[in-house]
Design a protein around this ligand. Structure first.
Ligand SMILES: Cc1cc2nc3c(=O)[nH]c(=O)nc-3n(C[C@H](O)[C@H](O)[C@H](O)COP(=O)(O)OP(=O)(O)OC[C@H]3O[C@@H](n4cnc5c(N)ncnc54)[C@H](O)[C@@H]3O)c2cc1C
Length: 333
């Protein structure tokens, strides 16, 4: 399964990646010790770089390369209607990143900002600083590292492929979290795809909270790991049906399940490779355990946003984590 994921993720081509690095910043120097390096430029990384620059601190930001950007939740977020002010954006996380970088690069503190459109693939701690290597083989040094590499949501395989679900995730008729999109199932025929207790809890929550006209759990060929009062169909999904919006699922038994809204509850894939390289303590889901400021078990390694354990996987939580971490670092600097 793990193997399949890494094989199939690059196929996630259902949304264009808007131009990253809309700005030219100073050329980063490889021999220099940066006070702060931020890895990841989604919701958390964007807020962190803004706070650091406003604190008049030099900061080097890695946005991630195309492949890593596609492996992050922030890349796929479309309509956000649970965060004030974000309703107007078509690709909120990406558009905000561009706006923030443009504003910082043209502002009075712009000399603090360094941005590289690449991923960090290797990190190690040497005495009291970090050595980071990007995919182009360039080496950088940092006193503090802030990891904001996020997570990805597991996707259902339909006839062995992720592709059938993606257009519907893209048009908003498939959601991944109740707190973001739960309200969209109000008065609609709804399905939840998943076989674990999380899927059962999600279905129950949606049913009680938003009273969809019907709700069914599709386990997509898996044996359910729960007992539920909600209808469960175990047959593998053969086809997702709909034109611009979702209209239903055909199962391999030939049964047709009408659905206007769907939710995927299959868990997460944390982008925790760098935290693992440093030996940071993780929880059972692979998320990094931190203190209140976001510092991990590795001194001077901070983790913010979705990758941090015990946080809501939300944009505003990522922003709060980012400010907490950068302010804690600022006090030490
Ligand atoms: C479909 C969908 C809908 C959502 N809707 C909402 C909503 O309505 N409201 C809400 O509040 N939240 C919503 N979320 C959740 C929200 O997107 C996340 O909580 C938020 O983006 C987390 O921010 P982050 O910075 O931790 O991660 P992300 O925003 O995912 O950013 C991760 C960043 O890390 C970078 N990266 C990864 N690996 C590397 C590497 N090795 N080197 C350098 N960079 C790297 C990527 O390029 C990316 O820039 C939604 C999520 C999904 C998937």
């Amino acid at each position: 399964m793990k193997f399949l994921w890494f094989l199939l993720v690059p196929l996630m081509i259902f949304a264009q990646d808007p131009k990253v690095i809309p700005v030219t910043t100073q050329q980063p120097e490889q021999s220099k010790l940066y006070p702060i390096v931020i890895v990841g430029a989604g919701a958390a990384g964007t807020m962190a770089v803004k706070r650091a620059v406003l604190n008049n601190t030099e900061v080097l930001l890695f946005t991630g390369d195309k492949q890593d950007r596609k492996r992050s939740c922030g890349n796929w977020v479309k309509k956000v209607d649970n965060v004030p002010g974000l309703e107007k954006y078509k690709r909120p996380v990406l558009e905000l990143r561009n706006e923030v970088l443009q504003e910082l690069a043209s502002g009075p503190l712009s000399s603090n900002l360094y941005v590289i459109e690449d991923s960090i693939c290797s990190i190690e701690k040497q005495d009291d600083f970090f050595k980071l290597i990007d995919r182009s083989g360039r080496i950088y040094f940092a006193k503090y590292v802030v990891l904001a590499t996020g997570i990805m949501k597991e996707q259902p395989l339909i006839q062995g492929s992720l592709r059938p679900i993606l257009p519907f995730a893209n048009n908003g008729s498939i959601g991944y979290c109740c707190i973001c999109d739960g309200h969209r199932c109000l008065g609609k025929k709804t399905v939840v795809i998943g076989h674990t207790k999380t899927a059962a809890s999600m279905a129950l929550f949606l049913s009680k909270k938003y009273h969809p006209t019907s709700i069914t759990i599709l386990t997509n060929g898996h044996v359910p790991e729960f007992i539920s009062e909600i209808a469960v169909l175990e047959a593998p999904i053969k086809e997702v049906v709909g034109n611009n919006v979702l209209s239903g699922f055909v199962l391999e038994t030939g049964e047709y399940v009408e659905a206007e809204m769907g939710f995927v509850a299959l868990g997460i894939r944390p982008n925790n490779q760098l935290a693992l390289q440093l030996g940071a303590q993780l929880n059972a889901s692979g998320l990094v355990i931190t203190d209140e400021d976001g510092e991990s078990s590795v001194p001077n390694l901070f983790v913010i946003g979705d990758l941090r354990a015990n946080t809501l996987k939300q944009i505003y939580t990522a922003w709060q984590n980012a400010v907490d971490a950068i302010q804690a670092i600022d006090e030490r600097l």
